[in-house]
Design a protein around this ligand. Structure first.
Ligand code: C2E
Ligand code: CA
Ligand code: CA
Ligand code: CA
Length: 277
């Protein structure tokens, strides 16, 4: 890290103190990111495993900070969650994603929006969704909310109620990053999930012929089938992985091979292209 005012240079690995200091500075800037228009959404296609048609886009937030330049979500989302800044930011993301989908995409294309546990613990999360849908005119069935298993470590009653209200509206819910972290199959029975997203680590393992990864994907697909859920394989980066995932029977595929997260204007062009075919 570089000393700012004193001209002092520290040539050691970032210490806990330096990390805490960086995160404090990011938090400070993040407080103004919304009003300074520094946040945008990128969209990554999710395709049908067999037809390869785009069935949805996942909204992924991007922060281009005046002070810090581009900051990855892996870095600032945890800070936003710790400080609860994720609540106003998440509401903005929900509104923006619904508006983009309703205004510019064909009706058969859904939008996937990531939601953090802190948002679900807010008393009126379902109200936020209702308002995003009504302001944008997006049909509820076109919105899929993505949550990770970490939501079940929180006040499960509140979280479940919020998501059940969204399901009652007609939205669907996907279980993200499945197989990482706390994985307990019991979670799958706690909520009426529509989709299980198989984490990228298994897709990559399978691509490298890891027998464990192959077995896990097979088991998840079989379980999803019997529970009447669909599966999305994340992080598919090449044709070999895509072919493997198809053979394993995943319903949908997402990954750099089919499209990186892209600005809204580029996502719109994909439909123009699809129509010409
Ligand atoms: P996630 O929800 O699991 O999103 C998928 C991440 O994998 C994205 O990283 C995406 O760019 C990346 N990815 C997609 N395909 C590939 C691939 O083929 N190969 C590789 N190596 N990576 C791929 P990103 O955009 O940096 O987001 C990281 C995480 O930050 C997300 O993981 C999610 O947990 C969080 N996040 C991003 N946007 C939002 C948001 O709007 N709200 C909330 N609450 N969290 C968000
Ligand atoms: Ca996600
Ligand atoms: Ca994921
Ligand atoms: Ca993740």
């Amino acid at each position: 890290a570089k000393g700012e005012g004193g001209g002092v240079h520290f040539e050691y690995e970032p210490s806990l103190h330096a990390i805490a200091e960086e995160s404090r500075q990011l938090e400070f800037s993040l407080r103004n990111a919304l009003e300074n228009d520094e946040l945008t959404l990128h969209y990554q296609p999710v395709v049908d495993a067999n037809s390869e048609a785009v069935v949805s886009f996942e909204a992924l937030v991007r922060w281009n900070s005046k002070e810090h330049g581009f900051v990855s979500p892996g870095k600032f989302i945890p800070i936003a969650e710790d400080t609860r800044l994720i609540v106003p930011i998440g509401t903005w993301i929900m509104n923006e994603a619904c508006r983009e989908a309703a205004t510019h995409w064909p009706e058969h294309v859904k939008v996937n929006v990531n939601v953090s546990p802190e948002q679900l613990l807010e008393p009126d999360f379902a109200g936020t969704v209702v308002r995003a849908l009504s302001h944008s005119g997006l049909a509820a069935h076109r919105l899929e909310i993505e949550v990770t298993e970490s939501i079940f470590l929180r006040d499960a009653g509140i979280v479940r109620k919020a998501l059940e209200q969204c399901i009652a509206l007609g939205c669907s819910v996907a279980l993200d990053d499945f197989g990482t972290g706390y994985s307990s199959l019991g979670y799958l029975r706690k909520l009426d999930f529509t989709t299980i997203k198989v984490d990228r680590t298994f897709v990559q393992g399978a691509g490298q012929n890891s027998p464990e990864s192959l077995a896990i994907i097979r088991a998840v697909v079989a379980m999803a089938d019997s529970l009447d859920m669909t599966t999305t394989a994340e992080g598919v980066e090449n044709e070999e992985e895509a072919e493997l995932i198809r053979r394993l029977g995943c319903t949908k595929i997402q990954g750099y091979h089919f499209g990186r997260p892209m600005p809204a204007s580029d996502a719109r062009k994909i439909f123009a292209r699809d129509q010409r075919q």
